[in-house]
Design a protein. Structure first.
Length: 161
């Protein structure tokens, strides 16, 4: 049976939902996470809050892969914040979203439903397949974003009437 969640674990879980909501909202509305608009700013603030609260959690008693992913997400957002290229900015924020979902998928599948989780460990085929599907979705989404950015950069040619 999975370990019961601590108070910090419950808080972290609660503050980890908003960046998912804001990220999906941004993708659906704008096709990307844009830190210059309100939804993008809300994503950044909620993502930083999620990552910071994760640093107080550890089932191993020290630094773990989840902490590394949190640092990677912060690094990706920092690179995106200072990037002059729209491609780098767009793809780093999208990658930060994907990185957020990696521990989310693992924790959800290995903890829920309570008492009889769907997966027994991060190595469980269900977790591994879900993470592979996440990677495929990210690659498809990133490809779509690059195509859209290229189309936006192309001069619009209008036939003369």
């Amino acid at each position: 049976m999975a370990n019961p969640m601590s108070t910090l674990g419950i808080l972290h879980t609660l503050v980890s939902v908003p960046p998912i909501v804001f990220g999906v909202w941004a993708f659906l509305r704008d096709g990307r996470i844009d830190p210059a608009n309100r939804v993008g700013k809300a994503y950044v603030v909620s993502m930083v809050t999620s990552v910071v609260t994760s640093f107080g959690l550890s089932s191993t008693g020290g630094f773990n892969p989840g902490h590394g992913l949190g640092l990677l997400a912060l690094l990706l957002m920092a690179v995106g914040a200072f990037a002059s290229s729209a491609y780098v900015r767009t793809l780093t924020y999208s990658a930060s979203f994907m990185v957020l979902l990696v521990p989310g998928i693992n924790e959800t599948l290995t903890r829920l439903p309570a008492g009889q989780p769907l997966a027994s460990s991060p190595q469980d085929p269900l977790v591994q397949t879900s993470l592979a599907a996440l990677l495929v979705l990210f690659l498809c989404g990133a490809t779509y974003q690059v195509v859209k950015l290229r189309a936006r950069a192309q001069p619009q040619v209008h036939p003369q009437s």
